[in-house]
Every structure is written in C-alpha cells, then in structure tokens.
Design a protein around this ligand. Sequence first.
Ligand code: 13P
Ligand code: SF4
Length: 387
Amino acid sequence: MARIIDAPLTGSEGSGCDPRAVHGAWGSLDAARKRGLSYSAEVKAETDALYEKVKHVVPAVEWPAYAPLIAAINTIKRQKNAVILAHNYMTSEIFHCVGDFRGDSLQLAREAAQTDAAVIVQAGVHFMAETSKVLAPEKTVLIPDLRAGCSLAASITGADVRLIKERFPGVPVVTYVNTSADVKAESDVCCTSSNAAAVVEWAAREWNSDRVILLPDEYLAKNVAAQTGIKIIAWHGRCEVHERFTVADIEELRAAYPGVVILAHPECPPDVMAAADFAGSTAALQDYVLEKRPAKVVLLTECSMSDNVAAAAPEVDFVRPCNLCPHMKRITLEGIYDALVEMKHEVTIPEDVRVRAKQAIQRMLDLPKEKPRAFKVGMPETAVELI
Ligand code: 13P
Ligand code: SF4
C-alpha cells in the first residue's frame, strides 16, 4: 500500500515508504563531502543534542551523513539572521534539526507574518514560500528547490478564477492556500485545511450568500460541504498524494491491525474521510496523536508526518501506508544549505498581485484564532456543483 509517487528524485537507495530513502543518508553524505563538510568532533558535539530529538526515526548509522549539513545550516542561519519555516511533511532531519518554526500551512503563514528575521527559507513547497513573501514583502524569501510545486496549485490559474467570478457574480470566492499568488489575488478570502469550514461559514454570512465558491480542491470542497451544509461550487483540482487513499486501504488496515486508529487529511476522498476515525489538517492530526496517544495509529497523509510525530511520541506504533509527496521531497538539507550560502532561489511577486493576495490571506488571519478544526467523520457524501 505504501506508494512513492513520481520517479525517485536523487539517489535511489532504499524503497518502500521511507521518505529519507528517496534522497537517502548517502545522498546527504555525498553532498556534504562535495561541500567540504565532514563529521568532525566539533560537528558531533554541536549536533548530539539534535540527534536526541530524532533518534527514534533516524538510524544512528545515518546521523554522520546528516550532521555536517545540519551544523553548517544552523551556523549560516545565525550569521545571516535567517529562519527556516518547516512544513509537517519535511523529513525529520530537516523538520526537527534545522526548522525554526514547524507546523501546518496556517501556522507557517502566521510565523512568516511575525518573524523578525531578515531571511526566510521555506522548507515546504512553492505556494507556501509565496504566502510568506506576500505576508513579509520586506524579507528575502528563499525556496531551496524551484521545482517544489503542488498538484492543487497547478490545477488553476488567476484567469480561471476571473472566469468563475463572471459566471457566479456576488458569490464569495474562498481559495485554499495551496494556490499561486495570482489565484489568491482574485479571491475574497483564503483558507487552509485547519480552518476551511470556519472560513466558508464566515464567507457565507459576510456575503449573505447561500453558496460559496471553494477552490481548487474537489475533495476538500466536498468534505467542507458535508461539514457545513453550505452549497459549494467547486473546481476539479486534486492532491495527487491524498487522492490515492481508498476505502479498500482502510479495510485492509483494519483487518491487518485490529484496533488501529485511522486518521485522514481532508484532501482525501469523502468516502475515505467517512471511514476514518478522525480527520483534520496536519496540525490537527498531530494534536490528536500527542493528546490521545493511541497504541497503534495510521496517518492517511504524506509519509514524513508519521516520522515527525513519532519523534515526539515514540511509544505510539505508527503503521505507515503513506504516500510520498514528490514536491515536498525536493527539499533536502543540501538544497537548504546552497540556498542560504548562495542566497538563491528568491521568491518574488509583482506588487499589485501581492497586495491583492495579501487581502485574501489577511482576512483569513484576522478571523478569530481557534484550534485546528477537526472534520466530523462518518458523514454522508455531499454533492457540490463542479465546474
Ligand atoms: P496542511 O495545511 O494541513 O499543512 O496541508 C498542506 C498540504 O499541502 C497538505 O497536502
Ligand atoms: Fe500539494 Fe498534495 Fe503535495 Fe500537499 S501533499 S503539497 S497538496 S501535492
């Protein structure tokens, strides 16, 4: 059931769903050597405490491969007044060892808006880096690999949204943050999977409308429709990672691991959400595991989530029928190192687009702050108007 989507990226050691195997410790070792970095006694002393955080998910034999890049990145960050915003889908050596702020896309957006650092390195995908730049235009925002895209963000353009607005005048447009700045600029308000239902309810009230346009994720739209009872007009975007989970996967898991608790991200199909035990954003899934500490759990989401939560909850047994996001896995330690040393790939956004995108993001950030909202499971599938 574990699937790697897309071809291996670099290095090809290992297989299955170990995300670190896609790039591999040996890829990092080679990359460190090429950059003149080695596992010296100083590096060991500097990084021993960091290894403690990830020792349950990073084998000791791999640590000397990661540590030199980790030590070098942490030094350059201090020299350049830089912070790394690390999404929950980053591999553990990035997430726990060089990430300054960690979380879901909503938490990272809030951090970008607040940080005093001069440089933000986005350890995540391109739309997240754009969101940071929209909120912090005076800062240098770097993305370690320009190819770190997203199938949802690629599914829709600003021109598409303009046409949709012409077709449904007066209906509020809510867009998922997994979109380009161009798309956000055409939208009334943004949402993430942590607050999608709350934002849609707010937009319906604010625009006094019985319908809301929710773009571009078809499954998120259906899942929000089931939660809110609001009529949703939706687009046909899909997350290439989450659309692959099926009810048959869940049935197989329940049969193979009696008593296992199954958690799903709301980019999963509605029937998968209905069959899960709990559903929510990456932050909500993490909170659930850390609060409830189930004996055995499955996260129906990107592979690295399990490692990152397991590092903080080693007594929980994670079954890992996960799917890798090939875009998130473009981000590597050496990519982060090179981005910081060479101050490369800077994210820029035309000012007129940025200002309009900011309005949509800011409306979301200005809503009352609440805990990531869980999606009710067991809901019947609700129809949406698909355009
Ligand atoms: P979160 O907002 O839950 O972090 O999700 C972002 C994402 O890309 C999920 O695939
Ligand atoms: Fe996009 Fe899906 Fe990857 Fe998230 S997991 S970045 S939604 S492709």
